[in-house]
Design a protein around this ligand. Structure first.
Ligand SMILES: C[S@@+](CC[C@H](N)C(=O)[O-])C[C@H]1O[C@@H](n2cnc3c(N)ncnc32)[C@H](O)[C@@H]1O
Length: 290
């Protein structure tokens, strides 16, 4: 094989054929979810809401100054987090697998008057798709890693996206959150049980994505989607295995939206379990340096 041919191979094509098929199913499912999300109260795109409401205050501390920094937001969906990052001065690029999401994100950025570049692509091909550009900050999370079958390959792609000294910042729902579910007989309360895997390793979970996580009508058409569980150790080992140095790991008992019915609002505007529920991590943030 020639050097040119080798370079033109998309890294995503090195994943198993089954995982490539699952990612195509996810792409179609996210395209189908997008119009529902755009119209939803959950994302509130028609409302005059604080664009920074998806961010915890500690995120800005960890990210540090963004002014003039090159930043890529992986799995940006509608760009609801990309816009605030750009508004803080970053030269922001959002990348997402779903063409419908990228189109909606471009429209939202144009309406907000904030300059953001959006690119459609698979995170596993990010270096090629972004033309070998390098970034000071890679930001991702809040419902992103569960769509990735292989974190080692993902972390290696991120390491190649970063300039020396650049930062990876993952702010992601905690695997403990994903493993909890309401007890079937108490579905109006916060009686939570461990109902799903915390650790990965059992392969993908096939879901019927008819009901997305926002308000609005059911998804029609491409309802099949796949998720992969990733424990904290898997994330940390993928990041350090790719040569990045973990600078900080946080666990937070607050979420940007009320995941269960009787969660209570905190002073930061986020949500936590009501007292006297045990204080458990619902979200984590990992800062790593190249
Ligand atoms: C829940 S959203 C996360 C974004 C943001 N935190 C939010 O809540 O709007 C998940 C996004 O990941 C994207 N996605 C899933 N698999 C991907 C992949 N392999 N490469 C790039 N984007 C992917 C989907 O298209 C979707 O827009």
């Amino acid at each position: 094989m020639t050097e040119a041919a080798r370079e033109s191979i998309r890294p995503s094509s090195l994943l198993s054929l089954e995982d490539q098929r699952r990612m195509r199913a996810n792409e179609a499912n996210w395209d189908a979810r997008t119009p529902i999300h755009v119209a939803s109260r959950f994302y509130g795109l028609a409302d005059e809401l604080d664009p920074e409401r998806w961010f915890a205050p500690f995120e800005w501390d960890d990210l540090g100054p963004l002014d003039g920094r090159d930043l890529v937001h992986l799995q940006c969906h509608l760009g609801t987090e990309t816009i605030p990052l750009a508004a803080r001065g970053a030269r922001a690029v959002g990348l997402d697998l779903s063409g419908a999401s990228v189109t909606a994100a471009r429209e939202l950025a144009a309406r907000s008057g904030i300059a953001v570049e959006y690119v459609q692509g698979n995170v596993y091909d990010a270096v090629q798709t972004l033309g070998e550009r390098r970034f000071d900050v890679v930001y991702t999370g809040k419902g992103a890693l569960c769509y990735l079958p292989d974190l080692d390959r993902w972390a290696r792609e991120i390491a190649r996206l970063l300039r020396p000294g650049g930062r990876l910042y993952i702010v992601e729902f905690h695997p403990l959150l994903n493993s909890l579910g309401l007890t079937p007989e108490l579905d109006e309360g916060t009686a939570l049980l461990l109902r799903h895997d915390y650790l990965g390793g059992r392969g993908p979970v096939r879901r019927d994505g008819t009901h997305t996580y926002t308000d609005g009508p059911a998804v029609t058409g491409a309802t099949e989607c796949f998720e992969w569980m990733h424990g904290i150790a898997e994330v940390v080992n993928a990041v350090t295995g790719a040569g990045l140095r973990v600078a900080r790991l946080r666990e937070s008992h607050e979420l940007p939206w009320p995941r269960w019915p009787d969660m209570v609002r905190t002073a930061s505007g986020w949500w936590r379990l009501p007292d006297p529920a045990p204080r458990i991590p619902l979200l984590y943030a990992l800062l790593a340096r190249a």
